[in-house]
Write a protein that binds this ligand. Structure first.
Ligand SMILES: [Zn+2]
Length: 156
């Protein structure tokens, strides 16, 4: 199984490479990343967290007790946030910064461009928890970690 790499590994702080086309190796990596995300009980995982230099993240959240928060499996490829509205403060953790929480600013409503597994690029509008995870994973792909954007550099 692939392992999640942790800060200060430099692979985490470098902007990831654009994926020119979804092909078989990319699809295989997605399947491997799924196993890692489930194993670590994460709600999202970016390719650079398993040492792969690609603008690719996966997201999924399932909790029978809070079904209104559930998020079906989603793949981000070359995601680009083009609009963000309604900032708020929240606390987040990260598999690459184990056992730590950071206070960060997120936006409740976002719009992004994303490529799907059929190589089609389209605009997604979303809000709330999914928007929060997308911002977290998009930061990863840009080489940004929670400890880089924490308010007051606070490690709660
Ligand atoms: Zn993270």
């Amino acid at each position: 199984m692939l392992k999640v790499i942790t800060y200060p590994n430099q692979k985490l702080t470098k902007k990831t490479k654009h994926i020119s086309r979804i092909n078989e190796p990319v699809l295989k990596l997605i399947e491997k990343m799924k196993i890692v995300m489930y194993e670590y009980h994460g709600v999202g995982l970016s390719a650079n967290q398993v040492g792969k230099n690609m603008a690719l993240s996966i997201i999924e959240y399932n909790d029978e007790n809070i079904s209104d928060k559930n998020i079906p499996f989603l793949v981000l490829v070359n995601p680009k946030i083009i609009k963000k509205e309604k900032p708020y403060l929240t606390t987040e953790g990260c598999l690459s910064l184990p056992k730590q929480e950071f206070k960060v600013e997120r936006y409740d409503k976002i719009e992004l461009l994303n490529t799907d597994l059929n190589n089609n690029r389209s605009k997604i509008k979303t809000n709330g928890f999914l928007a929060q995870i997308i911002q977290h994973e998009t930061d990863h792909l840009n080489g940004i970690l929670l400890c880089n954007i924490a308010i007051n550099n606070e490690n709660i």
